[in-house]
Design a protein around this ligand. Structure first.
Ligand code: CO8
Length: 258
């Protein structure tokens, strides 16, 4: 399918989705979010895709929601449309793993979009921030909620109240990103990581995603029970038999998602 604001490439069972509005540093407008949510849902349904990488350009993952598009809207308009609610929820429903590969600015909605993904690998030039406060508003798609869970209250308050940017070193130290790589190596590293995940059983990678996300939505007791029952359910799969047999036979496992 042809898109206006994103580019989708599928190779080796990995879908690479690039945000592509260079004239606005990949600012998230309604078209981009519509296209992105449908491309991600399509990748989720596509049997040839087992892992997804979401990225932007070297200068910007995304510099936030599109300020030009939003600036003149009224409360009634944004509330009635539930601005960006449907798209972000659709992205949150994707069951295959999504890696955010962040280079340059990930600000406002850009930082929030990266946090909707399952984990973030960033380049040395990455800058994260929730600068909505400078526009007289607050974060609207997770900057006060997901960021707080990633980096804790003190840093989340600091970022949301001052609008300051966090560099890659601080982002890694704070747990916002899983690793930092040289800027030129970002896409190769993210793709290699995605291929590694694509080699696993898709039943198990989906289950990991569900179980880790459960940690943010329930009590420890309920989360541990969910994890244990999900672990038990793996014994109904051929991939569990194959994975354990391959280990004992000292060979690579050939998973078939069954
Ligand atoms: N929206 C629209 N256009 C943008 C945005 C944006 N967020 N960011 C950059 N652009 C445009 C600029 O207007 C400029 O366009 P033009 O050339 O036509 O003037 C072009 O991109 C290049 O930008 P700059 O010239 O500003 O580039 P610099 O390198 O000088 O600066 C910065 C880069 C620091 C990233 C700067 O562009 C900036 O501060 N951008 C805005 C960052 C920001 O405030 N983001 C938060 C936006 S609000 C938000 O994300 C709310 C999300 C929640 C939605 C809630 C729904 C429920």
């Amino acid at each position: 399918m042809a898109y206006e604001t994103i580019i989708v490439e599928i190779e080796d069972e990995v879908a690479l989705i690039r945000l592509n509005r260079p004239e606005a540093l990949n600012a998230l407008n309604a078209t981009l979010l519509d296209e992105l949510s449908s491309a991600l849902s399509e990748a989720d349904r596509n049997d040839k895709v087992r892992c997804i990488v979401l990225t932007g350009s070297e200068k910007a993952f995304a510099a936030g929601a599109d300020i030009k598009e939003m600036s003149t809207k009224s409360f009634v308009e944004v509330y009635a449309a539930d601005l960006f609610g449907a798209q972000i929820e659709a992205i949150g429903r994707v069951r295959k793993p999504i890696i955010a590969a962040v280079s340059g600015y990930a600000l406002g909605g850009g930082c929030e979009l990266a946090m909707v993904c399952d984990f973030i690998i960033c380049a040395e030039n990455a800058k994260f921030g929730q600068p909505e406060i400078n526009l007289g508003v607050i974060a609207g798609i997770g900057g006060t909620q997901r960021l707080t869970r990633f980096v804790g209250k003190s840093k989340a308050m600091d970022m949301n109240l001052t609008g300051r940017f966090m560099d890659a070193t601080e982002a890694e130290r704070s747990g916002l990103v899983s690793r930092v790589v040289p800027t030129a190596k970002l896409i190769p590293e993210a793709l290699a990581t995605a291929r590694k995940i694509a080699d696993k059983s898709l039943i198990a990678t989906r289950a990991v995603k569900e179980a880790v996300n459960r940690a943010y939505e329930t009590t420890l007791h309920e989360g541990l029970l969910f994890e244990r029952r999900t672990f038990h359910s793996m014994f109904a799969t051929e991939d569990q038999k194959e994975g354990m047999a391959a280990f004992l036979e000292k060979r690579e496992a050939q998973f078939r998602d069954k």
